[in-house]
Design a protein around this ligand. Structure first.
Ligand code: DOR
Ligand code: ZN
Length: 347
C-alpha cells in the first residue's frame, strides 16, 4: 500500500483571493500548497483593465509571506466593452494569462458580465489569434431554465456557437459539474479543456440538501446528482490532458453563507490536496494525481512545469483540519466533505 507520494508542486487553475483584509489569509493559505494560480477577477469593482490587474497583482505579492513563493496568474474580467487591444497588450506582455467570461448574473459579482455574446466577437477573434485562453463560467442565467440544467443548456446554446465561430480559440470550461460537460470536453479538439473543483469531486446534491440544507456545500454551478459526480471523478482520474484542477476556492464569511440568502462558494484552499489524494486512492489512481494537479493545466496554458515537489504522506488515522479560518472580518468555514482523509501534505 502506498504510504508516501511525491509530486510536482501543484497549481490552482481557478482561485478567488478577494482583496484587502482577506488577502493576507487567502494568499498564504494557497501558497502553502500551490506554486501558481489563475486569479479570478470578480472583485467589486471587477478587474476589467490592465491597470487594475497590475495593481491587484502587486497587492497579492505584498500580502505573501516572505518564506513562501507563489505566482499569481492574472486574468481580465470580460465585459461587453472590453477592448481587444487591451487584451492583446496584456497577454503579449505577460501580465494576464487568460480572460474570464461570466454570463451576466451567473454568480458572485457577475453583474458586469456579458449579456449579448455578439458584442464580444472582436475580443474573441483577437484571443484566438494570439492564443489567449478564455475561461468560461458555463451556465445560462435565464430564470426559465432549471438551475440543475444551466450548464448543459449553456454548452448547447452559447458555447457551441462561440467555438464554431472561433475554432482555434483556447477554451476552458470552468468548474464543470455534469457528465454532459465531461462528454463535450472529451469530444472537442485539444484546444478545449475543463477545470474540476475539489468540492464537485467530493459531494453531490444529496450532501447539499438531504437531511437539512448545508450552506457550506452551496456553490455555483450547484453540485449535481451522484452520476454526474462519478463522471467528474472518472475524468479527473483518467489522466486525460483535458482535465485539471481549478479549486474555485471561494471565501465567504460565515454570516454571509449561513443566511436566508446564502452566498455561493466553498473554501477548499486549505485541504484540497488531502481530499484529492483520498478520492484518487479510492479509485486506485494515485499515480494520476500529479497529472491532474500539476501537469495538465500547465501544459494547456503553455507554462513551464514547476520544478519543486511536494510530499504527501498517509497517516494511520484520519487527519484533522482546522474548522475555520479567522479573518479581520469574521470566520470562514473550511470545506469538510462527508468523509475523512488520512493523507497529509508535509509542509
Ligand atoms: O461558488 C462560486 N463562488 N462560484 C462562482 O462561480 C463564484 C464564486 C465566488 O466568487 O464566490
Ligand atoms: Zn470561481
Amino acid at each position: 500500500m502506498v504510504k508516501e507520494l511525491v509530486i510536482v508542486r501543484p497549481d490552482d487553475w481557478h482561485l478567488h483571493l478577494r482583496d484587502e483584509d482577506l488577502l493576507p489569509i487567502t494568499v498564504n493559505e494557497s501558497a502553502k500548497s500551490f506554486a501558481r494560480a489563475i486569479i479570478m477577477p470578480n472583485l467589486v469593482p471587477p478587474i476589467t483593465k490592465l491597470v487594475d490587474a497590475k495593481s491587484y497583482k502587486h497587492r497579492i505579492m505584498k500580502a505573501l509571506k516572505p518564506n513562501l513563493s507563489f505566482i499569481p496568474l492574472m486574468t481580465l474580467y470580460m465585459t461587453e466593452e472590453t477592448d481587444p487591444r487591451e487584451v492583446e497588450k496584456g497577454f503579449m506582455n505577460g501580465l494576464i494569462s487568460a480572460v474570464k467570461l461570466y454570463p451576466a448574473g451567473a454568480t458572485t459579482n457577475s453583474q458586469s458580465g456579458v449579456k449579448n455574446f455578439e458584442k464580444i466577437k472582436p475580443v474573441l477573434e483577437i484571443m484566438a489569434e494570439i492564443g489567449c485562453p478564455l475561461c468560461i463560467h458555463g451556465e445560462v442565467t435565464d430564470s426559465n431554465i432549471d438551475i440543475f440544467d444551466r450548464e448543459k443548456v449553456f454548452i448547447n446554446t452559447v458555447l457551441e456557437k462561440i467555438r464554431t465561430d472561433n475554432p482555434t480559440l483556447k477554451v476552458i470550461i470552468e468548474h464543470i459539474t455534469t457528465k454532459d460537460a465531461v462528454d463535450y470536453v472529451i469530444a472537442g479538439k485539444n484546444n478545449l479543456a475543463a477545470t474540476i473543483t475539489t468540492h464537485h469531486l467530493a459531494i453531490n446534491r444529496n450532501d447539499l440538501l438531504a437531511g437539512g440544507i448545508k450552506p457550506h456545500f452551496y456553490c455555483l454551478p450547484v453540485v449535481k446528482r451522484e452520476d454526474h459526480r462519478l463522471a467528474l471523478v472518472e475524468a479527473a482520474v483518467s489522466g486525460s490532458p483535458k482535465f485539471f484542477l481549478g479549486t474555485d476556492s471561494a471565501p465567504h464569511l460565515d454570516h454571509d453563507k449561513e443566511s436566508s440568502c446564502g452566498c455561493a462558494g466553498c473554501f477548499t484552499a486549505t485541504n484540497t490536496l488531502e481530499i484529492l489524494a483520498h478520492i484518487f486512492e479510492e479509485r486506485s489512481a494515485l499515480n494520476k494525481l500529479e497529472l491532474f494537479t500539476s501537469i495538465n493545466g500547465a501544459e494547456f496554458y503553455e507554462k513551464n512545469i514547476n520544478t519543486d515537489k511536494i510530499k504527501l504522506i498517509k497517516k494511520d488515522k484520519p487527519v484533522s483540519f482546522p474548522k475555520k479560518l479567522s479573518t479581520p472580518l469574521g470566520k470562514i468555514t473550511i470545506f469538510k466533505p462527508n468523509f475523512e482523509t488520512k493523507w497529509q501534505v508535509l509542509a
